[in-house]
Design a protein around this ligand. Structure first.
Ligand code: MN
Ligand code: MN
Length: 466
């Protein structure tokens, strides 16, 4: 009796695995295998965009510049400087009725090389770094690291670099002090234990021609780089070289239920939303997928969501649909709906004290909604209105998709920004909707395969809804 009434009146907070038979489990595991394969090919924003463009072209998407006119069913994209992409499928309904947008980000915390990175000290060559995004510095020492990115020569020629992912490649690392000599370091606060200026990548140790003269190890490194890529030290100044963990994405757990990988914030929402869009054909409302850059450092710059490049893309869509007129762009945004697809902090029982257990996202319980992400009085939050939360709930419930609604940490702890507020400022209805993660921003982040799959189902259902 009481159990029945509970079933009827309580909000369910059961694990997603409860309703999973062996067939569904196979679907979930297969989908996650595709996700992990993609992660291994796309560790940086540029690599993600390059892979995404390949897939999108195969699925019939074309650059908007290739279209004279757009019609319902057309599939278009716009690449923003190799680091961000916007994709759209033109809907059957007039675009004036609004668009269904899903926006994720493809950049992840990492170490960027400084503009003058290379130096030699005591017979060892190093590359200096400046970390990108919110990291715990101690986590980035004594792990295998790889070097990815692009070097642009003064004449514009681009050299793409990827060292440390292939089994036959060397890897790099950042050293830490042996415990025997670390008494002083161990007394420091955790955040001061490793200094930002000490995150230097160990690059090599043999002097040029095996002769120890000043800077001969540095010379040897440049000689190797010159042989392989035809570059000089000056070319390193016009480069974007990123140091990321050399770990492969792997299945985690005896039951195979989880994914351990670098960069799941936010490539998990990028991959699942992008994959869902690749499977769409006829949509009622124009479906838009944003894969943005620079979220981890505040969405600034012309590839970040704060730039007006996305507005330009939508304006071009309006132009090529032949419907544009003054203020139409504003109107379209005001009638649009969006899922800000970004990760949520998964409840970690080892660190339970930072979360309110009744308002936390748990891994394995499905997609996680954040009505707002600000803390300490909802400061800085884009707070989704109740009507819109109901709209999203209805899509999830009518498609039988398990979801949870959470805050990122306790009231006076935490909070965190996403791109939600930027679209909300344009008048779009937005809610944060993503996958809960353990060890967010660490070199190896953990997610549940159940949630990976449920993100994909959520994003697909949202685009199909009209
Ligand atoms: Mn994120
Ligand atoms: Mn992040």
């Amino acid at each position: 009796m009481e159990e029945e009434l509970k079933e009827k009146l309580f909000k369910s907070s059961k694990t997603g695995w409860e309703d999973i038979d062996s067939e569904k489990k196979r679907d979930i595991y297969n989908f996650s295998n595709g996700y992990m394969e993609f992660l291994n090919k796309a560790k940086t924003e540029r690599e993600f965009i390059a892979e995404a463009v390949k897939v999108a072209r195969e699925k019939g998407f074309r650059d908007i510049l290739e279209f004279e006119k757009l019609n319902p069913g057309d599939k278009v994209f716009y690449i923003n400087r190799e680091k961000s992409i916007y994709l759209a499928i033109i809907g059957n309904k007039p675009i004036e009725e609004g668009m269904n947008i899903i926006g994720a980000h493809v950049d992840s915390p990492r170490l960027d090389l400084k503009p003058n990175p290379l130096y030699e000290d005591s017979g060892l060559a190093y590359l200096k770094t400046h970390y990108y995004g919110g990291i715990k510095k101690y986590q980035w020492t004594t792990i295998p690291l790889s070097l990815h990115g692009v070097i642009v020569k003064a004449d514009g020629e681009k050299v793409y670099i990827n060292i440390g992912e292939d089994e036959n490649d060397p890897i790099f690392t950042i050293t830490d002090l042996l415990p025997h000599l670390a008494q002083e370091q161990m007394e420091k606060k955790l955040k001061e234990g490793i200094n930002g200026e000490d995150l230097n990548l160990l690059l090599g140790s043999i002097p040029y021609n095996n002769k120890q003269v000043p800077e001969s190890v540095k010379l040897n490194m440049l000689s190797i780089l010159n042989d392989k890529y035809g570059i000089t030290e000056s070319d390193l100044t016009s480069a974007e070289l990123e140091v990321v963990p050399a770990f492969k994405a792997r299945t985690l757990g005896l039951d195979g239920s989880m994914v351990a990988a670098y960069g799941q914030d936010d490539k998990i929402c990028s991959y699942t939303s992008f994959t869902a869009m690749m499977e769409l054909d006829n949509v009622e409302k124009t479906a838009v997928c944003i894969l943005s850059d620079k979220e981890e450092i505040g969405s600034m710059g012309n590839t970040g969501m704060e730039s007006h490049v996305f507005d330009y893309f939508i304006s071009e869509v309006l132009n090529k649909l032949g419907v544009n007129r003054p203020n139409l762009l504003d109107k379209v945004f005001c009638y649009s709906k969006m899922l800000s697809a970004d990760v949520d902090a998964g409840f970690d029982p080892i660190y339970a004290s930072v979360s309110d257990k009744t308002n936390a996202g748990f891994i394995g319980k499905g997609i996680s909604l954040n009505k707002y992400t600000g803390a300490r009085g909802k400061s800085g939050a884009s707070d989704a209105n109740a009507e819109y939360v109901a709209y999203v709930r209805n899509i999830l419930e009518s498609n039988n998709i398990k979801y949870q609604i959470a805050e990122l940490g306790k009231v006076d702890i935490g909070g965190g920004g996403t791109i939600a507020y930027i679209l909300a400022n344009k008048g779009v209805d937005v809610i944060d909707c993503g996958v809960p993660l353990l060890s967010m921003h660490a070199p190896y982040e953990v997610t549940s395969k159940y949630d990976v799959y449920s993100a994909y189902r959520t994003y697909k259902a949202f685009w199909i809804a009209s």
